[in-house]
Design a protein around this ligand. Structure first.
Ligand code: ATP
Ligand code: MG
Length: 208
């Protein structure tokens, strides 16, 4: 029997920290596109100049691990954390594509991130190596995808696939704001992630 082509989702992010919005989007992509697995890829340490507090890469790696470990179809990769220099999605997709050229690769983003993609490093290479799944996200419209496809010169629905996910108006920025203000983050992140943050004072610098 010929083995069916494997379909694998890749979910990149700063995961600062990872939250239920990320997990729900990945799970919805698994089902909608019949993926075999989703690999979460925390980004490397971005330069500090943006003024946003980014927790240490190893903390973000472990929080992501705690969030995904119990899901049979979720995996994770250190490829961006271990690579020096900026974390370019095009490099990451080319890395995975070379690892297994026979697999179908799907890069999963939220509606906000997909609209930024033209400004990313080497967008053509991103589209060469993977299909894109654009998950809906409260506050961002998927309607602009058609315009984006025109701008990129790709046929409608050929490379970018919109995906409606159960709306979760959760963001890592909102979680960091809550931690800064001493507010609860219960039910926004998995319990193990919440406990990890408290135990290791991951975001203590925000209060300083
Ligand atoms: P920040 O507020 O710090 O930017 P974030 O919540 O946007 O954090 P990221 O790590 O920047 O999280 O996002 C990684 C990917 O997950 C992006 O493609 C983003 O669009 C997507 N994403 C994040 N939150 C949601 C959500 N609530 N619903 C759907 N997609 C999401
Ligand atoms: Mg974001």
């Amino acid at each position: 029997m010929v083995k069916a082509r494997r379909a694998i989702g890749l979910m990149g992010g700063t995961f600062n920290p990872i939250h239920y919005g990320h997990l729900v989007a990945a799970e919805a992509a698994l089902d909608a596109f019949n993926l075999d697995q989703v690999i979460f890829i925390p980004s490397g340490q971005p330069p500090h100049k943006s003024g946003i507090f980014v927790a240490d890469a190893e903390h973000r790696y472990l929080m992501t691990f705690l969030a995904i470990v119990s899901n049979q179809r979720f995996e994770m990769s250190r490829v961006e954390i271990d690579r020096s220099g900026p974390s370019y999605t095009s490099d990451t997709l080319s890395y995975f594509d070379q690892l297994d050229a026979s697999a179908a690769w799907y890069f999963i983003t939220g509606a906000d991130a997909i609209l930024d993609i033209v400004s990313w490093h080497n967008p053509d290479s991103i589209f060469r190596h993977a299909q894109l799944i654009a998950a809906s996200r409260p506050g961002y419209s998927l309607n602009r995808i058609r315009a984006l496809e025109n701008q990129l010169g790709v046929k409608s629905g050929e490379r970018i696939h919109p995906l409606e996910v159960p709306a979760l108006a959760i963001s890592s920025s909102q979680i960091r704001e809550r931690l800064k203000g001493g507010l609860s983050i219960k039910y926004l992140v998995p319990e193990a992630v919440e406990h990890y943050i408290v135990k290791n004072a991951v975001y203590a610098a925000l209060k300083a």
